[in-house]
Design a protein around this ligand. Structure first.
Ligand SMILES: C[S@@+](CC[C@H](N)C(=O)[O-])C[C@H]1O[C@@H](n2cnc3c(N)ncnc32)[C@H](O)[C@@H]1O
Length: 287
C-alpha cells in the first residue's frame, strides 16, 4: 500500500532526511518518499507520515533512522563504472600507489585509499583487482600489505552486501570483464563470491559524510563517486573542503562523471586524462 504524503508532512520528512544523510530533495519529490517509505511506515504501525515522522524523531535506538536512510539512499553501482575513469586509475593512479607503497617500505609512511560512498562494494573491489594485477606484474604482490584500503557508506544494507561480497548474475553482468570474473570470483550456487584474500584487505565501516572526518592517516586517493549529486550546494562545499583536508598534498579526488568541483572548491587543480576529470589537491594548501 502507498501512503499519500501531505505538503506539511513532506516538509517534515524532507528536513528529517536531509538532517540525517544530506540527501536534498527538491520540490515535487513527494512520490520518492511515498514509494520508498510506505512499506516501512506500514511496518511500524503508523497511520500517516506525520505519525511516522514523530516516531522517527522520538526513537532512542536509531534503528528506524537507519532504515529510513537505507530506504532513501540510491545504491546504484557497477564494476569499473565509467570506462575513462578506470583507464586513469589503471594507467596512472595504481602505479603511483604502488610506487608510494614501495617507497614506504623504507620510510614507513602509509599509502591509503578511501572509497567514500562504497555502496555494495563493486567500486572498491574493481580497484583491488587492478592493484592486485599491477603488483603481481611487478613481481611484488606483498606491496598490497602496505596499502590501507577503507570503504565506507551510510547504508547498512549496502555495507552488509559489500562485506558479504557475493553477487548475483545481474550484478555480475554489469561491467565486469570475463577474464576478471574467472580470475577473482568463485561460483557458489546462484551467486559469485569475490576473492576472500582481496576482500579482507578492505576495511568496511558505516560512515556518514556529514560527520567530522577523523582518520588516523591522510589519503593518497579518494573515490567519492555519484553521491554529491544528491546533496545541496552548501553540503557539497563543506564535503569537498573536508575531503581536501584529509588528502595528502597532491592527493587525488575522483568524482562521478556527472559531478564537478568547479563551483564548490578552489582546493584542487583540475586536469583531464582521456576525458575523465582528475582533481588533484593543491600542493600549497594549508591543512
Ligand atoms: C549511487 S551510489 C554510488 C556508489 C559508487 N560510489 C559508484 O559510483 O558506483 C551512492 C552511495 O552513497 C551513499 N550515501 C548517500 N548519502 C551518504 C552519506 N551522507 N554518507 C555516506 N554515504 C552516503 C548511498 O548509501 C549509496 O550507497
Amino acid at each position: 500500500m502507498v501512503f499519500k504524503i501531505t505538503e506539511p508532512e513532506y516538509i517534515l520528512m524532507k528536513k528529517y532526511i536531509e538532517e540525517h544523510c544530506g540527501i536534498h530533495l527538491e520540490k515535487d519529490k513527494e512520490y520518492l518518499i511515498e514509494s520508498r517509505l510506505s512499506d516501512l511506515l506500514a511496518e511500524t504501525g503508523c497511520k500517516s507520515f506525520q505519525e511516522f515522522h514523530f516516531k522517527a524523531r522520538t526513537e532512542r535506538s536509531g534503528e528506524l533512522r537507519d532504515r529510513i536512510v537505507d530506504a532513501m539512499t540510491t545504491n546504484e553501482t557497477s564494476w569499473f563504472r565509467d570506462k575513462n575513469t578506470w583507464e586513469y586509475l589503471k594507467d596512472i593512479a595504481v602505479p603511483v600507489l604502488l610506487n608510494r607503497a614501495s617507497s614506504s617500505l623504507s620510510i614507513g609512511a602509509r599509502t591509503s585509499v578511501w572509497s567514500a560512498a562504497a555502496s555494495t562494494g563493486q567500486e572498491i573491489y574493481s580497484l583491488m583487482m587492478l592493484l592486485d594485477e599491477a603488483s603481481k606484474e611487478r613481481g611484488l604482490p606483498l606491496l598490497l600489505d602496505k596499502i590501507e584500503v577503507l570503504a565506507t557508506d551510510i547504508s547498512v544494507s549496502a555495507l552488509n552486501a559489500a562485506v558479504a561480497a557475493r553477487y548475483d548474475s545481474i550484478a555480475m553482468s554489469r561491467g565486469l570483464p570475463d577474464e576478471k570474473k574467472e580470475k577473482y570470483f568463485t561460483k557458489q550456487g546462484n551467486s559469485w563470491q569475490f576473492d576472500p584474500g582481496l576482500k579482507n584487505r578492505v576495511q568496511f565501516k558505516k560512515f556518514n559524510l556529514q560527520d567530522t572526518f577523523l582518520f588516523n592517516c591522510d589519503f593518497d586517493l579518494i573515490l567519492c563517486r555519484y553521491v554529491s549529486i544528491y546533496f545541496s550546494d552548501t553540503f557539497k562545499r563543506e564535503l569537498f573542503m573536508k575531503m581536501a583536508k584529509v588528502l595528502k598534498p597532491g592527493g587525488i579526488l575522483i568524482l562521478g562523471a556527472t559531478e564537478s568541483l568547479r563551483e564548490f572548491s578552489n582546493d584542487f587543480e583540475i586536469s583531464y586524462y582521456k576525458n575523465s576529470v582528475i582533481n588533484t589537491k593543491k600542493l600549497n594548501l594549508k591543512r
